[in-house]
Design a protein around this ligand. Structure first.
Ligand code: UDP
Length: 234
């Protein structure tokens, strides 16, 4: 198998890092994902990763809280996931760095675009923490923003379900999966692929989205190599 892209952004939800109950960290799952990322890395692919924080905290969970503060907590949650993934990758011999949008220099590098680019050129995986660094945004938006900044050709959006459907397949057994979609379709039909801020950013910057299921972590390699297993949004 040969990679179709040279530089990619992988977006993992916080839940991808958790066990079946959706909370905390499941090291077997993290290791399984890290092994697939290593395969992409071994093929010479330059890899950026954005990880969510929903397995610990989402800003909207903070009912009655000041929203910005609740979002700060969410951004901190992403860093725990980034460090867990960094560790798993390093244990496999993958050179990687974490850069955070909010400075925490004792723990990780601050996000510096040119430095991130340099790491990627040198073959290091860069894991971006703290989302965009701003409340009221999501890590999907962070993935779109960082992808645009580092010049990633595509975003690999790993999901719990195996693509984009016209309705929720967990509720509607007749739900239809799309092979291809435009960002306009996603926005007009209100399809829950990613939030509208993130989708707009991808559309405006011509960054296609490859949506696929992470129930089988080897899907990461398949998608990288151009296999049409999920939904392509462009
Ligand atoms: N968050 C934020 N700004 C960002 C990215 C994330 O405030 O740029 C906060 C927000 O509270 C969000 C939480 O971090 O709910 C975790 O991110 P997200 O919900 O995107 O994680 P996922 O659902 O992918 O696990």
């Amino acid at each position: 198998m040969k990679p179709k892209y040279k530089r990619i952004m992988i977006k993992l939800s916080g839940e991808a890092m958790a066990g079946d109950e959706g909370f905390g960290l499941d090291h077997n799952k993290i290791d399984a994902i890290a092994k697939e990322i290593k395969k992409c890395y071994d093929m010479g692919t330059e890899i950026g990763i954005v990880i969510g924080g929903g397995n610990f905290w989402r800003g909207r969970d903070g009912e009655g809280m000041d929203r910005s503060r609740a979002d700060h907590m969410g951004m901190l949650a992403t860093v725990i996931n980034c460090l867990a993934m960094l560790d798993a990758l390093e244990q496999l011999g993958v050179e990687a760095r974490v850069q955070t949008a909010i400075e925490m220099r004792q723990i990780a590098e601050p996000y510096i675009r040119l430095r991130a680019g340099r790491h990627l050129e040198k073959g290091r995986v860069v894991i971006f923490g703290c989302g965009t660094g701003n409340p009221f945004f999501s890590t999907d938006t962070a993935a779109a923003l960082r992808a645009a900044e580092i010049g990633a050709e595509v975003i690999l959006l790993a999901k719990k379900i195996d693509g984009v459907y016209d309705s929720d397949p967990n509720i509607n057994p007749d739900a239809k999966k799309f092979d291809k979609l435009s960002f306009m379709d996603v926005l007009n039909k209100g399809l829950g692929v990613m939030d509208t801020t993130a989708a707009t950013l991808c559309m405006d910057n011509n960054i296609p989205l490859l949506v696929f299921g992470l129930d089988e972590p080897e899907n990461i390699v398949k998608v990288l190599c151009g296999e049409n297993i999920g939904t392509i949004v462009s």
